[in-house]
Every structure is written in C-alpha cells, then in structure tokens.
Design a binder for this molecule. Structure first.
Ligand code: SF4
Length: 165
C-alpha cells in the first residue's frame, strides 16, 4: 500500500496570502512582558497551568524585544519608566502590537498624579485595552483573542500603509 492510499485523497487547498500570513501571525505571537505593578501577577498566572497561554502559540514570554511582536503593559507606568518602555517598543521588529492590561496602564486608574503617565497610549500605540483592577487572566486572554480577531482582518493594503507611515 502506497503513501497515497494511506493518506487518502487530500485534494488541493487554496488560501489567500493575507489569510495565511495572518493565521501564522496570530498563532505564534511572542509577548514581550512589561510587568510594572500588581497587574503583572495576573499576567504571570495567565501563563501558568490553569490558563496556559501556550495554547495560543505563546510559548515564549520574556522581557526582551528580540523577536517579540506583542508588548503586554501590565501596571502603572511611571514617567521615569516611559522612555525605557518606548525604547524597547522601538527595538521590537515590525509588525508589532500592544495590549494595555489593567486600569493603571490604560488610564492610570485611581492614581491621578504627576509621577505617572495617564495612559500608556501617551508613549506607544495601543491596539487593545483590557479593563479591570486587576483584570483576571480570563480578561487578558479575552483581550488577546480580540487582538487576534483584529489581526486576522488585516489586509495587504493595510500592511503597506503601516510600513510606509
Ligand atoms: S490596575 Fe489595579 S491591580 Fe493593576 S496595577 Fe493598577 S492598582 Fe494594581
């Protein structure tokens, strides 16, 4: 019996380039962790066995911009930390996305004072905001799935505009 008989007739599958690229991008995002306060503990538990972000191809979580394409900012951003955050974002290769996790990262939460950035979108472009103080791991996962749905809708023309912006 040949291999063809064992496998059956697999036929031919056609797919648009955009869909194939977006599928690859959403199934192997590598997060660059940016844990700054209590929200970071929830972010860590999202990778633990109960929630297991590896299910989404996120095996590699590390605080390095090298080969990372998703920045997760968890916690309040001090003004002193802002230039570091921006520099690391700039060092990430394109295409890249940002999730703002928790009220503090998104709008400084209850901390309305001069020492904190009143929303990380002052520093980097944010794609998805996750609300809560702190958001639970399920909420972060929901934010990541929301981002995946958005990336799956991206079209070639949009990539071109983004590259040349
Ligand atoms: S949103 Fe709440 S849990 Fe998150 S960093 Fe701010 S105070 Fe801490």
């Amino acid at each position: 019996m040949g291999v063809g008989q064992k496998l059956g007739d697999l036929g031919v599958v056609t797919v648009r380039l955009e869909d194939a690229v977006n599928w690859a991008r959403t199934n192997a995002m590598w997060p660059m962790l940016f844990g700054l306060a209590c929200c970071a503990i929830e972010m860590m538990s999202t990778q633990a066995s109960n929630y297991d972000m590896s299910r989404f191809g996120m095996e590699l979580n590390r605080p390095s911009p090298r080969q990372s394409d998703l920045m997760i900012v968890a916690g309040r951003v001090a003004r002193k930390m802002a230039p570091v955050l921006r520099q690391l974002y700039d060092q990430m290769p394109d295409p890249k996305w940002v999730v703002s996790m928790g009220d503090c990262a998104s709008c400084s939460g209850v901390f309305n004072n001069y020492a904190l950035v009143q929303g990380v979108d002052e520093i980097v472009p944010v794609d998805v905001y996750v609300a809560g103080c702190p958001p639970r791991p399920e909420q972060l996962i929901h934010g990541i799935i929301t981002l995946h749905e958005r990336v799956k809708q991206e079209r070639y023309a949009y990539w071109f505009e983004k590259e040349n912006a």
